[in-house]
Ligand binder design. Structure first.
Ligand code: SF4
Length: 361
């Protein structure tokens, strides 16, 4: 089936005029900087989750210069809880690059924007169309869902050939005029009507053209990625606790939770003797109790991590630590640093419960 781009655009824009979202925080006082931050936060994250993080972030870092001059730890702190932390690191590095190479002005052409860390073709297209009104296609998760259903594409969109086909379609359908509103409209349509579980086809302006609707196969599209069993890894989180202070270590600059602050990990089999040896190499202290707690699972896209928390109550003999890059996190007066979700959960939910004598999680 061939779609008429003009009639498609009209249907989308007419629907947007009546139903589109026009009061989102990044749609007010629109600047390339504010659009950029919102687009990065919205990657893999829903609007309702993003809004409070976005407001706090913009309040603290209102422009590129402020962001570029902040510490990476502080930027990570403002991202804590939002997940996919590489995004925060990329934003911070991009701000520095914009200061250095683009005189502090957010670039306004595709190649320069796409050269910034963490910005791919779709995000660059969204920034150019929304912030600069330049006609560039996008293909984020919402748009992929609309287009695969509309055209009845049964192949997995992550497959190269299918992805190329969808990009070509997105390009053909993108208008030269009102492109900022069109981009917002097609994203909104995917987020509010053409949703994952049960799309609201009865309210959709594309219903008459939609192949998935005609065939009743909306729920099967887009096709899921062919399944691959993901491996399971196990690790121990060693939680050294001296009253209200908990020992944290900065993670390496690459790998999972890069640059965030976490409990030291102990990948070997649990053994009190080995853990005592590790403590002796970390901090001079008197050990009161070592408690192995109930394990829990944290799942990444490519593996499951089974975490065994080990709470080690100690009293430091002096303030001299042996390990580098450490921080005694004060539960009563927490520092503004980035924490991975399982570490945050242990610090604020579990450790206070354990201190109250509830050793079972
Ligand atoms: S008719 Fe239904 S499946 Fe088709 S684009 Fe609209 S909401 Fe999506």
């Amino acid at each position: 089936m061939r779609l008429n781009p003009k009639s498609f655009q009209k249907k989308i824009l007419d629907w947007f005029d009546k139903n589109g979202r026009k009061n989102l925080p990044w749609q007010q006082n629109k600047t390339p900087y504010r659009v950029w931050i919102s687009e990065i936060m919205l990657q893999q994250t829903q609007v309702a989750t993003v809004i409070p993080y976005y407001l706090k972030f913009i309040d603290r870092f209102p422009d590129i210069e402020t962001l570029a001059n902040a510490s990476q730890d502080e930027v990570m702190h403002y991202w804590t809880g939002l997940g996919y932390y590489t995004r925060a690191k990329n934003i911070w590095q991009s701000a520095k690059r914009i200061q250095e190479y683009f005189s502090g002005q957010f670039p306004n052409n595709f190649l320069d924007i796409e050269s910034l860390p963490g910005i791919g073709r779709s995000t660059a297209g969204a920034i150019l169309s929304i912030a600069f009104k330049q006609a560039h296609p996008i293909l984020d998760g919402n748009v992929k869902r609309v287009l695969t259903r509309l055209m009845g594409v049964r192949e997995w969109p992550g497959e190269k050939k299918t992805s190329e086909k969808l990009w070509q379609l997105s390009e053909e359908l993108t208008p030269a005029e009102r492109v900022d509103e069109y981009t917002q409209a097609i994203m909104d349509l995917g987020a509010t009507l053409c949703v994952r579980g049960k799309p609201a086809c009865h309210r959709c302006p594309l219903q008459k053209d939609c192949i998935a609707h005609k065939k009743g196969i909306q729920k099967n599209l887009p096709a899921a990625k062919p399944k691959k069993k993901i491996p399971v890894r196990e690790t121990h989180f060693l939680m050294l606790q001296d009253k209200d202070k908990i020992f944290l270590q900065k993670r390496p600059p690459s790998g999972i939770w890069a640059n965030l602050w976490a409990f030291p990990e102990f990948p070997e089999k649990f053994s009190t003797a080995k853990i005592k040896k590790w403590i002796a190499s970390t901090v001079e202290c008197e050990i009161f109790k070592i408690t192995r707690l109930e394990n829990f699972r944290h799942t990444f896209s490519h593996f499951h991590l089974d975490i065994v928390p080990v709470l080690i109550s100690i009293k430091r003999k002096n303030k001299r630590e042996i390990m580098p890059d450490f921080h005694w996190y004060d539960l009563k007066n927490p520092a503004q640093i980035g924490l991975p979700a399982p570490v945050k959960k242990l610090l604020f939910t579990w450790i206070p419960r354990i201190k109250r004598g509830m050793t079972s999680l």
